[in-house]
Design a protein around this ligand. Sequence first.
Ligand SMILES: NC(=O)c1ccc[n+]([C@@H]2O[C@H](COP(=O)([O-])OP(=O)(O)OC[C@H]3O[C@@H](n4cnc5c(N)ncnc54)[C@H](OP(=O)(O)O)[C@@H]3O)[C@@H](O)[C@H]2O)c1
Length: 258
Amino acid sequence: DSPPPSRTMQCFPDLVVALSCGLVAFGALHLRSEMFKTLQYGKEEDRQEPGEEAGKESAKKPPRRHRVHLPTSCAWILMELPSIMVPTFLLVLRHPPRLAPLGCKLLGGMFCGHYFHRTFIYPFFRRGRPFPLHTVFAGILFCMFNGFLQSYYMIYCAEYPDDWCNDVRFTSGFLLFVLGMGINIHSDFLLRQLRKPGEFTYKIPQGGLFAYVSSANYFGEILEWFGYAIATWCLPAFAFAFCTVCILGPRACQCHRY
Ligand SMILES: NC(=O)c1ccc[n+]([C@@H]2O[C@H](COP(=O)([O-])OP(=O)(O)OC[C@H]3O[C@@H](n4cnc5c(N)ncnc54)[C@H](OP(=O)(O)O)[C@@H]3O)[C@@H](O)[C@H]2O)c1
C-alpha cells in the first residue's frame, strides 16, 4: 500500500517555477540597481554614491553615522539563521517524513551544511565593522525566501533516481561545491588574518587564490552554488546560483577597484 498523501503541504510545481522566476528577476534587478547604489555594508558603506556630493550625505537618508548598526557576529547569525530554520520547519511539517532517496538527503545536506557553517561557525570568527540594521533585514528576507524555495522543492517536489549519486551531474556538481566551499572558507580565513583584533583598516589580501582573484571568497561562493545547481539539476538551484552572481559580482568589481 502506498502511504496516505500528505495533508499538510503538497508540491505545487507552478509555485516552484514562479518563485524561481522571482529569484531570477530579483537578481537581475539587483544587478541593475548596483549601477546606481551599492549594497550598504563593510567597505561599501562609506562609499560616495553617484549624485552625492563629496562630504555630504544624501538628503533622503539618515547620515550613515546615525544609522542603527549591529555587531557583525550578531548580524550574520540573524541574517543566515532563516536558511537553517525554514528548511527545518518544512521538514518537520512534512507528514509522512521524506528526504529520500539518498540523492535528496545528500543535496539537502549540502545546502544545510553550508548554512550551518555560515550561521553557527563563521560569525564567531568574523571580525569587522558593525553591520547596518537595514541590510540585516534585507538579508533575513532574502534567506527566508531562498531557504523556503530550495527546501520546499527538495522536501516536497524533488524526485531523483536511486542511483543519482552515481550520475555525472551529481558527482561533478558535488566536487565543484566542495571545491568552492574550500576556497570560500580558506579565503575568508585569509581575510581575517589581515587585521589585528579591534583593527578596521583594509589591506590587500595575499596568499591562496587572492594571488589570482581579488575577491577569492566570492569566487568560491559562486563556484559552490553552481556546483549545487549542477548536482541538483533543478530550476530553483540554478536561479539561486544566478542570483549569487548578481549579488556578489558587482561587489567583487567594487572590491577590485577599491
Ligand atoms: N550567497 C550570497 O548571495 C552571499 C551574499 C553576501 C555574502 N556572502 C558570503 O558571506 C561571506 C562574507 O561576505 P562579505 O560580503 O562580508 O565579505 P567581505 O566584504 O569580503 O568581508 C569579509 C570580512 O573580511 C573583512 N575584509 C574584507 N576585505 C578586507 C580587506 N581588504 N582588509 C581587511 N579586512 C577585510 C571584512 O571586514 P569589514 O566588515 O570591516 O568590511 C569582513 O569582516 C563571504 O564568504 C561571501 O561569499 C554570500
